[in-house]
Design a protein around this ligand. Structure first.
Ligand code: SF4
Length: 396
């Protein structure tokens, strides 16, 4: 339990430099001082009711505790028992309770009464809304055009997602769906599905020696952001791990990197391909990469030998030189070559990526090139690389 005396004592130690704590000791000290799932009203001094919940403001769904004061949610904090987030929420999660009492929150169905864009609406009952929707859906289905019904949604709970995608829409007869992923993540997710199967990515930051980042701002936002950013921070500070970022802007992650390369928007694929070319040309695929290639289908022949796979890859990648990539991306060829060699020569390395690289018209192929670089260097399902990289027909 933290209290004023302990807080001041810790502050005094730090201020006078009387004791130097390692990163791990400082974290352990913080853990000891942390209040475990308790909160008090600063007005009345009474203990607030704590309700375990989960933040639903993004796909990470971090474990949380909502605190009620007089029946109102006044604060949301990380669930201190959560191993994944270690009791933390991001800034958006901590502000989540403001949505509940947002005066603009729509709580009842609204029917548009004017022209689209006129902003004229009339509140209607749930019965009226459901009857109207049912009638429109019935007409489409009876006309043999159920696919003209598109379901669009934002972040919703996993159970609601399953109900809509696996029960309602297939039974109605449409697969036309749009969600928030369409705007940002779909290219990366589909690239993973085509390459590895249906699986979200994750990385063994604790055991990695080199991190290559294509367009992920993991320090501020990424799926599972809270846990990922904490783990990455610990790795950078405790293990002095190298982080190289390719991004069009100086994000907080780029700012915490050893080197930030500002490339032209949408050109990450050229750099990833050029790095693959360097790896194949300079035979940096040897050992770890070779072992992994045994399991990869590189040519149309599923029985191709390792030598045939290597020859096919070298021929395919030959034209994608660092000089070619420099013309497209603006990143100097010498730097692309140097980073490729350093990355491939590090025994345990991982590549992270996100919207900066993949939310473009060529995002799917960009992500496939990035995953090829990870595969050619053997950094899949290895310590320090991409964890559980290959899915086994798992339903998500
Ligand atoms: S990362 Fe932030 S917004 Fe997403 S679930 Fe966790 S706390 Fe909520």
């Amino acid at each position: 339990m933290i209290n004023r005396r302990k807080f001041l004592k810790l502050g005094a130690i730090t201020a006078t430099g009387a004791t130097t704590l390692t990163g791990a000791e400082a974290r352990a000290e913080t853990e000891k001082l942390k209040q475990a799932g308790q909160d008090f009203s600063y007005l009345s001094g009474t203990k607030r009711d704590a309700v375990p919940t989960a933040c639903a403001l993004c796909a990470s769904r971090c474990a949380a505790v909502a605190y009620l004061d007089g029946g109102y949610v006044v604060k949301v904090e990380g669930q201190p028992e959560s191993k994944r987030t270690q009791g933390r929420l991001c800034a958006k999660g901590q502000a989540g309770h403001t949505q509940v009492y947002d005066p603009d929150r729509i709580l009842k169905p609204m029917r548009r009464t004017g022209k689209r864009g006129d902003g004229q609406w009339q509140q209607i009952s749930w019965d009226d809304a459901l009857n109207e929707l049912t009638e429109r859906l019935r007409k489409l289905r009876e006309a043999g055009e159920p696919e003209k019904f598109m379901f669009h949604h934002g972040w919703i709970s996993a159970s609601a997602n399953a109900l809509i995608n696996k029960v309602f829409l297939p039974n109605y007869g449409t697969a036309t769906i749009a969600d928030n992923s369409c705007l940002g993540q779909s290219a990366r997710i589909v690239a993973h599905e085509l390459t590895w199967g249906n699986h979200a990515d994750n990385w063994d930051f604790e055991n990695t020696g080199y991190i290559l980042n294509f367009g992920s701002n993991v320090m501020e936002a990424h799926t599972n952001h809270v846990a990922m950013s904490r783990r990455l921070s610990h790795t950078l500070t405790d293990h002095n791990t190298t982080l190289i970022t390719f991004d069009v802007r100086l994000s907080n992650t780029a700012a915490k990197s050893n080197v930030w390369y500002q490339l032209k928007p949408g050109t990450d694929a050229a750099i990833a391909l050029a790095m693959c070319q360097v790896v194949m040309q300079e035979e940096l695929y040897r050992f770890q990469g070779e072992q992994f290639l045994e399991f990869c289908q590189v040519t149309p022949d599923p029985n191709a030998t390792l030598a045939e796979k290597v020859a096919a890859l070298q021929a395919h990648l030959a034209e994608y030189t660092p000089e070619w990539a420099e013309q497209i991306s603006g990143v100097p060829a010498a730097d692309i070559r140097q980073v490729a060699v350093a990355f491939a020569s590090t025994n345990r390395a991982c590549i992270i990526s996100s919207r900066g690289a993949t939310a473009h018209f060529n995002g799917l192929d960009t992500e496939r090139a990035i995953q090829m670089l990870a595969a050619l260097t053997g950094n899949i399902d290895n310590p320090g690389g991409r964890c559980i990289g290959v899915a086994l027909n798992r339903e998500n």
